[in-house]
Design a binder for this molecule. Sequence first.
Ligand code: E4P
Length: 215
Amino acid sequence: MRIFMDTANIEEIRRGAALGVVDGVTTNPSLVAKEGVEYRQRVLEICEALDGPISAECISMELEPLIEEARRVAAWHPNVVVKIPMSEVGLQATKRLADEGIKINTTLVFSANQALLAAKAGTTFVSPFIGRLNDAGHDGMELIREIVAIYDAFNLPAQVLAASIRNPRDVTEAALAGAHVATIPSTVLFQMVQHPLTDRGIEIFLRDAQKYSPV
Ligand code: E4P
């Protein structure tokens, strides 16, 4: 499973990139607003910090303006993937943009049918929002399983990108459910490295290593 960071914070992205296990980044308007920076500039900084798909979201709600915006955003950098929210207009735009070779991440996906339509329109990534579904009393992970099964059954090439992840267990379950990618908030990514028994083990080994001469 590929690992993306779900943040627009450049220091966090640089720290994540240094791990050598991060394959891409997703942003959204809320994440960028939190940073108080200019969007294009920040996306370019992210592209500089990490070599992989970098999702940047469009906000136009009508077809032609959305297609124009998506073309502009895609031209920022070869690694940019244009994020388009699921809707009738979003599907039409996805079909046309995918035909032009522009990579799309269909966002705000909450049902298997939405994911099926997005794949048929030619999206590259489909982003089911696990956490927001769970918050609403549904089973986010079951949605991942359904989408993976449908894509597998019909050899649809779109990749399932598990989004709205809230904790390390969500990452494990997304992997078990067959998600191709998980986009992970920085805190969760760095938590994944940790285990109290690892820390305790290191402490004991370092203490015992004092008892013999180093090689
Ligand atoms: C990523 O592509 C999504 O925009 C993000 O995971 C949404 O997460 P949230 O539900 O925590 O806002």
